[in-house]
Design a binder for this molecule. Structure first.
Ligand SMILES: [Zn+2]
Ligand SMILES: [Zn+2]
Length: 381
């Protein structure tokens, strides 16, 4: 069949709308009709190259070229067809994309760490995670799917392991947001940082992830939630989502966090700027007090190996620096859990969407993201 698709043909190019050939699903695969896709910053990292492995590494990954890529890893849609052996979803089911597949059997899945599932290893390689062959082509050229889901298309074939069935009463654009940004941000605070009642939490960077770190910190009982972003609109949004104080920069926040906490500084600091550079870590770590936890959520340039870390401070103040992917949550358990919190009115999702775009306006959507106009833009089909 044919599908419209937003393809990236190389670094520093615009997304191009193409007509893509989509083959039928094979064993363990599902054809999904995507209804909504979030414009997450991670797809932008494919454009800028921050998340693109150096070309020297491509042969080791078994690929000749990293591009062309079909973008989109936040998404929700309806199952249109299933291949043989698929048991967890059926035609007509509503599904959330899971940009990290979960097999349920590997060492990590079976110990409650689905965000580290071994089947995620081929995320940047070409072909399907099922058998390594391609189901998607444009004029005969095989297309790699972002995070093996490729939600910037009306139809893609994905592995059953990359889909999570959700109740059909949820708005699919809300499901799409939960599939990456909401879970990653909420989990960074409520799970990875382990925020508890009474904590002071600093969230650095209020985009689609940071705003949900604010929600997660609030739900976990933080007393003070200090949101830091240079853009006023985002600081205002942070207050709507539960922040108690906002600052334009980490420098601006330093003295005030000291005063607000009577010198104790923050218990938890969550780093979620658009791009995390190593030199930002020094201030981030200093915003945390004794015994503080610093969670690194944002994507840093893939080749960056240096960060400003005062090791004396980390050791003598007993500080902890933790990385996280997907907020260290389990997609299969936690995507339905977060949607349940939305249904009960405890998690804001509708309010996250700043603007909706047709697929043809994807480049405008990303311009708005870069210029700080959107908390989250969403493509609706
Ligand atoms: Zn994302
Ligand atoms: Zn697994």
């Amino acid at each position: 069949m044919k599908s419209r698709a937003a393809i990236l043909w190389g670094m520093n190019q615009e997304w191009k709308i193409e007509v893509m050939d989509v083959d039928p699903p094979k064993a363990g695969e599902v054809l999904v009709n995507w209804k909504a896709a979030g414009l997450c910053h991670s797809d932008e990292h494919m454009v800028t190259g921050d998340m693109v492995p150096p070309a020297e590494v491509w042969p080791m990954m078994g690929i000749e070229n990293f591009y062309p890529i079909l973008g989109g890893h936040e998404g929700a849609g309806i199952v249109a067809a299933v291949g043989s052996g698929v048991t967890s979803v059926a035609v007509g089911d509503h599904v959330s994309a899971s940009f990290i597949p979960s097999c349920g059997r590997c060492r990590y899945c079976s110990t409650g760490r689905q965000n580290l599932c071994d089947s995620g290893i081929a995320t940047f390689a070409g072909g399907m995670i099922t058998d390594g062959t391609h189901r998607h082509h444009v004029n005969g050229t095989p297309i790699t799917l972002m995070a093996k889901v490729g939600t910037f298309a009306e139809y893609t074939v994905v592995a059953e392991n990359s889909l999570i069935k959700v109740d059909s009463d949820y708005p699919l654009e809300c499901v799409a947001l939960v599939s990456c940004g909401v879970a990653t941000g909420w989990g960074s605070a409520a799970n990875r940082a382990a925020v508890v009642a009474g904590d002071t939490v600093v969230v650095v960077g209020i985009g689609g992830i940071g705003i949900n770190a604010v929600q997660g910190a609030k739900m976990a009982g933080a007393t003070r939630i200090i949101a830091i972003d240079p853009i006023e609109f985002k600081r205002e949004k942070a207050m709507e989502f539960g922040a108690t104080h906002t600052f334009a920069s980490m420098e601006d926040a330093m003295v005030s966090v000291n005063e607000l906490t009577w010198g104790q500084m923050a218990d938890k600091v969550i780093m979620t700027p658009g791009v995390l550079y190593g030199d930002m870590m020094g201030l981030g770590i200093s915003l945390a007090g004794k015994g503080g936890t610093i969670v690194v959520t944002a994507i840093a340039p893939i080749s960056q190996t240096h960060a400003a870390v005062n090791l004396f401070e980390v050791a003598m103040w007993n500080k902890e620096i933790k990385g996280t992917i997907f907020g260290s949550l389990n997609p299969r358990a936690d995507i339905p859990k977060l949607l349940g919190l939305y249904r009960e009115g405890q998690l804001k999702l509708d309010e996250l969407i700043t603007k909706r775009y047709p697929l043809e306006e994807i480049n405008e959507g990303y311009r708005a993201m870069r210029d700080g106009e959107n908390i989250r833009g969403v493509i609706v089909y």
